[in-house]
Design a protein around this ligand. Structure first.
Ligand SMILES: *[C@@H]1O[C@H](CO)[C@@H](O)[C@H](O)[C@H]1NC(C)=O
Ligand SMILES: *[C@@H]1O[C@H](CO)[C@@H](O)[C@H](O)[C@H]1NC(C)=O
Ligand SMILES: *[C@@H]1O[C@H](CO)[C@@H](O)[C@H](O)[C@H]1NC(C)=O
Length: 185
């Protein structure tokens, strides 16, 4: 078997590449890493208006007589175990939502960071991005995560399960199923 004349030249380079990477990061994870699938079920609680609002409109539509396009909302909502307002707090949902559809004025381009603060996932987060129409079943992408959810990808299926209006205040509850592929450590 003829050995490649290039091999002696390549060998030191190959060894260099396959050796342990200089470790500046705190994690020792190497690629390929093991993945696992986690399914989470929880409820998202949002309040518009009143002293306890969790979501506010920060930009009104520039031409509201024509379309909602350009309206922007920011939120710091609750993630809870159940649909009741007093149900156990699991985390917070930091939100940015932009009315970005000419065709469907109620369609939002939404992005969230779900930051868990209870139990096994305390301190971990997932980042979600996608189209939101509150009157429909919403299917959005999980595009990343942190802590236990490093390297996350997946999707969430969610739907509005309660809408209550009291004076100027609107209470919304959205049921979530999150299917998360992430690093198994
Ligand atoms: C706002 O939250 C506080 C503290 O939880 C509560 O006492 C108060 O009744 C709430 N106000 C309204 C209008 O919901
Ligand atoms: C808003 O849009 C409508 C419909 O295109 C238009 O007739 C109106 O002049 C616009 N108003 C402003 C303030 O731009
Ligand atoms: C979540 O983690 C923080 C920081 O480590 C800690 O202070 C807090 O008590 C934890 N919360 C729960 C519910 O375990």
């Amino acid at each position: 078997m003829a050995s490649s004349p290039l091999l002696p030249l390549l060998l030191p380079i190959l060894l260099l590449l396959s050796g342990p990477a200089p470790s500046t990061a705190s994690s020792s994870h190497q690629y390929p890493y093991n993945e696992k699938l986690t399914h989470l079920h929880f409820f998202f609680h949002e309040i518009y208006g009143g002293p306890n609002a969790t979501t506010i409109t920060v930009v009104n539509p520039p031409n509201s007589s024509y379309t909602a396009l350009g309206s922007i909302g920011v939120g710091d909502n609750y993630l809870r175990e159940g649909a009741e307002p007093g149900s156990k707090l699991l985390g917070r949902a930091h939100e940015l939502a932009v009315a970005a559809s000419l065709g469907t004025p109620t369609a939002y381009l939404s992005m969230f960071n779900f930051i868990f603060t209870a139990g096994e996932y305390n301190g971990s987060s997932i980042s979600i991005f996608g189209r939101a129409v509150l009157t429909e079943v919403m299917d959005r992408a999980i595009i990343g995560g942190s802590g236990k959810f490093r390297m996350a990808r997946g999707y969430t299926i969610s739907k509005l399960v309660n809408r209550k209006v009291e004076g100027d205040v609107i209470y919304l509850v959205v049921e979530y199923d999150a299917y998360i592929y992430h690093m198994d450590d």
